[in-house]
Design a binder for this molecule. Structure first.
Ligand SMILES: NC(=O)c1ccc[n+]([C@@H]2O[C@H](COP(=O)([O-])OP(=O)(O)OC[C@H]3O[C@@H](n4cnc5c(N)ncnc54)[C@H](OP(=O)(O)O)[C@@H]3O)[C@@H](O)[C@H]2O)c1
Length: 260
């Protein structure tokens, strides 16, 4: 199988697949042959744009909506996935091969300024939602499938300005460790990919040239990451080439932590 069709005949679900890093992951998996469910929570137009871009590139995708971070989110997401899949003439069978838990929000506040509501919301979206998405996806996940959780370099670094966010990702990281062991007998791998500072809309301060320069300097490559930097890693981890890699936390920060 060539690099360009290594995901052919596979079905992928990318949460937050409509924008930013998730969009790049959706496009990359689709380019390599996967049928991609492009999930979004609020911005329908962005999801449609991503689906159209994939189709224009010769790929197959459909958008699914479910707001995460609210009670019953995982069940609604999978119901939307099942409905969307039923409408795909080329992939009539239910089930998923690649689940990428990418959707996330940030919380740029030091500990003094984090309210209980903030704390609950960031954990609900970044940690609780992926947990129950995985739980309720287990019956749909085919043998030799892939679970990839998008964490953050912040989970293993000291950034007081985003303490609660970092905690959500540190907790998320445990999923790969525990589940890799449980799902290994089915040939399913579970891994974590941890981006560093990446050019997306999640961090509005990146519009400030000063901030951009200083965050770029954090990488030993002296630049900010772009979504494709992360999507390329996810595409590998999701492929058969990575069948022997499981339970791992893969640093995709551009060497940010090497400088600390
Ligand atoms: N960018 C970085 O510097 C960076 C660094 C480390 C880790 N990460 C992680 O990478 C992942 C993607 O981040 P990004 O930078 O690509 O963010 P982004 O550009 O803001 O995109 C976030 C995606 O998640 C979806 N989403 C957010 N909240 C949601 C909710 N409550 N319900 C459903 N969907 C929701 C958004 O869809 P809607 O807009 O439709 O809700 C969108 O598709 C996140 O887990 C983030 O923590 C990012």
């Amino acid at each position: 199988m060539t690099g360009t069709d290594r995901h052919r005949s596979r079905t992928a679900l990318v949460t937050g697949g409509s924008r930013g890093i998730g969009r790049a992951i959706s496009c990359r998996l689709a380019r390599e042959g996967a049928l991609v469910a492009v999930h979004y929570g609020h911005d329908h137009a962005a999801a449609e744009r991503t689906v159209k871009e994939i189709e224009a590139d010769g790929g197959h995708a459909f958008a699914i909506h479910a707001e995460l971070g609210v009670r019953g989110d995982a069940a609604r997401l999978w119901a939307a996935f099942d409905r969307g899949l039923t409408e795909q003439a080329t992939h009539p069978s239910h089930g998923v091969d690649i689940l990428v838990n990418n959707a996330g929000i940030t919380l740029p506040r030091t500990i003094e300024h984090v309210t209980e509501d903030d704390y609950e919301q960031v954990f609900a979206v970044n940690t609780k939602a992926p947990f129950f998405i995985v739980q309720q996806g287990l019956g749909r996940l085919r043998d030799n499938g892939r679970i990839v959780n998008i964490s953050s370099g912040a989970a293993r670094s000291a950034y007081p300005a985003i303490i609660a966010y970092s905690m959500t990702k540190a907790a998320l990281d445990q999923i790969a460790l525990s589940l890799a062991r449980q799902l290994g007998p089915r040939g399913i791998t579970v891994n974590t990919v941890a981006p560093g500072f990446t050019e997306t809309e999640i961090n509005p301060t990146l519009r400030n040239p000063e901030v951009r320069r200083s965050l770029a300097k954090a990488s030993i490559f002296n630049r900010l990451g772009v979504p494709a930097d992360i999507a390329d890693v996810v595409a590998f981890v999701a492929s058969d080439d990575a069948r022997w890699v499981t339970g791992q936390w893969i640093d995709a920060t551009g060497g940010v932590r090497l400088g600390l």
